[in-house]
Design a protein around this ligand. Structure first.
Ligand SMILES: *[C@@H]1O[C@H](CO)[C@@H](O)[C@H](O)[C@H]1NC(C)=O
Ligand SMILES: *[C@@H]1O[C@H](CO)[C@@H](O)[C@H](O)[C@H]1NC(C)=O
Length: 157
């Protein structure tokens, strides 16, 4: 059985702010996430805590599938009363060398506020089909307000 590994990157995207020379931005550019996956580098970093396995992700580190099987807690610099959308995407599908199926949505939570959220895509842990590691990117966007979602919910089945 091949044991797969993965990268997890994490960010807070700040709308209308273009940032240069910051640490997260540097990593995102070096990893090709900017400009090929998102156009602008984020200014801040969020904390991704896989509480079940006791792993607090360090940006760019390799993780095992089994340690990321359960959804993490994402902490970020939020403003009271605001709603957020959180994504976990894999832009390296089926492989980083030929990502023709970019991007796979592993997790989308809408209307995140406090401990509440609306799961649009139920968390599906990484299980990359290629031998080379995939980049897994956590994105946090601030919504203009509470949103009414009518898309069918995607389960992890
Ligand atoms: C991660 O979660 C665990 C369990 O809830 C908690 O004890 C720990 O302080 C968290 N780490 C960070 C950096 O938030
Ligand atoms: C994942 O597998 C590794 C290696 O077998 C092990 O050390 C680790 O404890 C496992 N993690 C969980 C959450 O079971």
């Amino acid at each position: 059985m091949q044991s797969f590994i993965k990268n997890t990157f994490c960010l807070v995207f700040v709308i209308s702010v273009t940032v240069t020379g910051n640490y997260v931005g540097e990593i995102f550019r070096r990893s090709g996430i900017v400009p090929y996956v998102i156009r602008n580098a984020p200014k801040e970093q969020c904390v991704v805590n896989y509480t079940k396995s006791g792993i607090v992700v360090r940006i760019g580190e390799l993780l095992r599938n089994n340690d990321t099987a359960e959804e993490p807690v994402v902490q970020f610099n939020y403003r009271d009363g605001r709603f957020y959308t959180i994504f976990l995407i894999d832009p390296d599908v089926p492989s980083p060398e030929a990502p023709v199926l970019r991007e796979y949505k592993h997790w989308i939570l809408g209307n995140v506020q406090g401990g509440r959220s609306y799961p649009l895509v139920v968390y599906q842990g990484p299980a990359p089909p290629s031998v080379s590691p995939h980049r897994y990117i956590v994105l946090v966007y601030q919504q203009p307000g509470s949103l009414c979602f009518d898309e069918p919910r995607i389960t992890n089945q």
